[in-house]
Design a protein around this ligand. Structure first.
Ligand code: NAD
Length: 327
């Protein structure tokens, strides 16, 4: 009998095609439907989960009770990084292996950081606004800054941090970095490791955050640490919103104690259209899209399909998750 794979949320066609060679797929949408027309997550319609051998989830929740009812479930694969939607402890208790796909959008995020850094430097957003308001002659107000020769400070020398190093060096930037758990010998070449975050903050023209959200990183950027930054420093956050104390950042931007900020993630998502950050001219906000590219979606879909096939065949997944990983 062909195994059944339940895919409650939209994933790129590539992974679905790869799976359909040896599995039957159950999706709540019809083949050929555009991503725009598929609900982002529909946790109500979960009946197919209880008849499935494997499931690929994005934000769809899987509880201990679901696992109890899913007699056939042999594989849970998370499409992407965040796995707080899956009860990992229960999965371990039920002996259901869980895998994820953390590398699929690494380059997409790194490229978004470059896009934000460049857009901040050249004031692309307010310049466009002036243009569409018929104020072409305000162009001298939009004199920009060049990134070449400037110092980029990277906090978190993991997958995304390392990918940014390559791009920044290609832009002729100097790169310094801070990571609480990676030693200097494991840092990429041409990156100066800072022993503590204060030294990184005071020495950077651009600061970009690439740490997970933990008790240690919560509000890592706050009133006090912002005070250590250069007054024209630009801060970029594509990691997790609560890594920055948003109120403190807003205050510093408003008072001209910082050069600018570009945020893709927020303390509360979705960010309200009326949030005061929306009113600042030296700020660029994007709606958690850093990892969203066609290439990344295709890669993650294929990686998810491969993880399902590995687990169904009793092979180890490339990126398994265990309760001990502390997610
Ligand atoms: P990673 O696990 O590869 O790297 C994280 C790094 O942070 C590690 O090297 C770790 O040692 C370091 N770190 C952990 N705690 C630290 C601390 N207290 N101080 C200093 N360094 C610390 O993760 P990654 O794949 O590079 O992802 C980084 C972040 O990007 C995560 O928060 C992830 O959720 C986020 N992300 C966002 C998007 C998006 O669309 N905006 C997409 C993908 C990932």
């Amino acid at each position: 009998m062909r195994p059944v794979v339940f895919i409650p949320e939209f994933i790129h066609a590539s992974g679905r095609q790869a799976l359909s060679i040896e599995c039957d797929l159950v999706t709540p949408w019809k083949e050929g439907t555009s991503i725009m027309d598929v609900p982002q997550s529909d946790t109500e319609h979960r009946a197919p989960l209880y008849e499935a051998d494997a499931v690929i989830v994005r934000t769809f929740t899987i509880s201990s009770e679901d696992m109890q009812r899913s007699q056939r479930l042999r594989a849970i694969v998370n499409h992407g990084v965040g796995v707080d939607n899956i009860d990992l402890k229960a999965a371990a208790e039920h002996g259901i292996p869980v895998a994820y796909t953390p590398t699929g959008n690494t380059n997409a995020v790194a490229e978004h950081v470059v896009a934000l850094m460049m857009a901040l430097s050249r004031r692309v957003v307010p310049a466009r606004q002036a243009l569409i308001e018929g104020q072409f002659n305000r162009r001298n107000e939009f004199q920009g800054a060049e990134v070449a020769g400037k110092t980029l400070g990277i906090i978190g020398m993991g997958r995304i941090g390392r990918q940014i190093v390559k791009k920044a060096l290609g832009l002729d930037m100097k790169v310094i970095a801070y990571d609480a758990f990676v030693s200097a010998s494991d840092f990429p070449a041409h990156v100066l490791r800072k022993e503590n975050i204060s030294h990184l903050l005071s020495g950077s023209d651009y600061i970009t955050l690439h740490v997970p959200l933990t008790d240690q990183t919560h509000h890592m950027i706050n009133r006090e640490t912002i005070g250590l930054m250069k007054s024209d420093a630009r801060v970029i956050n594509t990691s997790r919103g609560p890594v920055i104390d948003q109120e403190a950042l807003h205050g510093a931007l408003l008072d001209g104690r910082l050069g600018g900020a570009a945020l893709d993630v927020f303390e509360e998502e979705p960010l309200s259209a009326h949030h005061p950050l929306n009113d600042l001219p030296n700020t660029i906000l994007t709606p958690h899209i850093a990892g969203l590219t066609e290439t990344a979606m295709e890669r993650i879909s294929m990686q998810s399909a491969q993880a399902v096939l590995n687990l169904l065949h009793g092979r180890p997944a490339e990126f398994p998750i265990t309760d001990e990983m502390g997610f």
